[in-house]
Design a protein around this ligand. Structure first.
Ligand code: HEM
Length: 473
């Protein structure tokens, strides 16, 4: 099978130098090994899929075999995350969760959250105006607020205490879900060791944090629903779908908790990537701003309804998701039975990783895949794969939050474009530098974010004041 040469027991997994992001290494290996690359070691088989065709052939067309997730001993079994829609084993319970999530997050259902998304974008630009140096924090908080408001219907004041807790929890979760992050994932018998072993303590702490993340807002929204004070939210929609029994409550509780965990980080990763791209490419930024000025004018900020009339801004958003996709290696799958693909045997239990980075970097005759060029999406002569085909995953487990996420990302980006000029820092070179986690976002960087004009500052303040009059915020 195609893959780097191997040594006994350790196999060939550890031949891969992962300091620059495994997805880049795998993409380079494509020239030598092709669209599918096998790795193995310590009893684990890993298959990397380097093209959209391979991904579609396996994950889409063979969904029955490839819709399972890897077993995460620490994050899943020990911390309890295997109850979440994202990690739950493929089967009956997953199907029940997924059905409810699809209803609550359908393209039609999410339209009712447009106002909340627009209002929170207005608060985001107000916060950036007041304290531009903290843009990182503002974007994170804003993405978290969108998911919190939409999921539970909480107002900003209430949700900040949840958000701080959730951020700490997500840090634990993202480190624990890198396959093999803890030795325990390779050596499952270790989970029976006594609790004083350090990682068991870590796992117990993780479990406590996750339980709190899932339980607290759920209890609050339940009591609001009982007292009749709950506003529009996924929680309200989900409760209206079923009777109240312990099993259904548990399911809803975990679906809601998963939304928060799955939704916030990828959204802010995308918006921060956009800010970095704009600081590096002020000429593209100008072009997008000119389009907004022409279509929306300068007397109001854009709304989600404006987006269909902003083709260049849409191309900037697509290019952001292509240039540095939030999940460069997707979310891994596990095969449930052996399968032969293009003459190669893929054993049962193989961890399958769709290399989204490779798909996004597919070269074509005209545009350098590593350059930020939104125009590639408006070119009728050379076709570029739309990130809609890969950024949100594939087949039966593709991202159920994509419609909500699309609206969040689009409105945050177009509102920022309308309000600010983003420049690189005054006296240093800005170099793109991204985290190597499952969700990839720019490491903290400096840039200058200044209001485009006096008029823009006035508009930002006015628009934010307007949404504070709205009782929801
Ligand atoms: C820009 C933002 C987002 C991106 C790029 C993104 C991307 C992804 C990707 C790549 C997957 C893995 C799919 C697969 O296995 O093929 C996924 C799964 C998932 N996403 Fe998103 N997502 C985003 C926002 C959201 C939001 C806002 C929510 C919820 C409100 C959400 C909820 C989920 C859930 C629950 C799963 C697990 C689905 C399953 O395993 O059946 N995501 N997402």
């Amino acid at each position: 099978a195609p893959g780097p040469p191997s040594i006994p027991i350790i196999g060939n997994i550890f031949r891969v130098n992962l300091t620059e992001g495994a997805w880049k290494v795998f993409t380079r290996m494509k020239a030598q090994y092709g669209d599918i690359i096998f790795f193995h070691g310590l009893g684990t088989n890993i298959l990397v899929l380097n093209s959209l065709k391979a991904v579609n052939d396996l994950l889409e067309k063979n969904g029955t075999i490839y819709s399972h997730r890897p077993v995460f001993t620490v994050a899943g079994e020990l911390m309890g995350l295997d109850q979440s829609l994202a990690l739950i084993p493929y089967g009956k319970e997953w199907r029940e969760h997924r059905k409810l999530a699809n209803i609550a997050l359908s393209s039609v259902s999410v339209q009712k959250y447009r106002t909340v998304q627009e209002d929170l974008s207005a608060l985001l630009i107000r916060d950036i105006l007041i304290n531009p140096g903290d843009f990182f924090k503002h974007v994170r908080l804003s993405a978290a607020r969108v998911v919190m408001s939409v999921t539970y219907g909480f107002s900003v004041d209430t949700d900040d205490k949840y958000i701080t807790h959730a951020e700490k929890t997500m840090e634990i979760v993202t480190t624990a879900t890198v396959p093999g992050a803890f030795l325990c994932d390779f050596l499952p018998f270790m989970k029976h060791l006594p609790k004083w072993v350090p990682f068991m303590k870590e796992a117990a702490h993780g479990k406590f944090m996750i339980d709190t993340l899932v339980d607290r807002p759920f209890e609050q929204v339940k009591s609001e629903l009982v007292s009749g004070t709950a506003v529009d939210s996924l929680a309200r929609d989900l409760f209206s779908l079923g009777g109240s029994n312990v099993e259904f409550d548990h399911r809803i509780k975990w679906i809601l908790g998963t939304m928060y965990g799955a939704g916030g980080e990828a959204t802010y990763a995308t918006v921060l990537t956009f800010i970095m791209a704009m600081a590096l490419h002020t000429e593209k930024q100008k072009k997008a701003q000119e389009e907004i000025d022409l279509v929306v004018g300068t007397e109001r900020v854009p709304t989600i309804a404006d987006l269909p009339n902003l083709p260049y801004v849409k191309a900037v958003i697509k290019e952001t998701m292509r240039w540095n996709p939030a999940f460069p290696l997707g979310v891994a799958r596990r095969s449930s039975e052996g399968y032969v693909y293009e003459g190669h045997f893929i054993p049962k239990g193989t961890i399958v990783m769709p290399n989204i980075w490779a798909i996004a970097s597919e070269p074509n005759s005209k545009y350098d895949p590593r350059e930020f060029i939104p125009e590639r999406f408006m070119d009728s002569l050379v076709s570029t794969i739309d990130p809609a085909a890969y950024a949100f995953g594939f087949g039966r487990r593709y991202c159920p939050g994509r419609f909500l996420a699309d609206n969040s990302v689009s409105i945050m980006i177009s509102t920022i474009l309308a309000a600010f000029d983003i420049f690189p820092p005054a006296n240093q070179n800005l170099k793109p530098n991204f985290s190597l986690n499952m969700i990839s976002y720019p490491k903290p960087f400096d840039c200058r974010i200044v209001p485009r004009s006096e008029n823009a500052s006035r508009l930002i303040i006015q628009r934010a004041a307007h949404c504070q009059e709205n009782s929801k915020i």
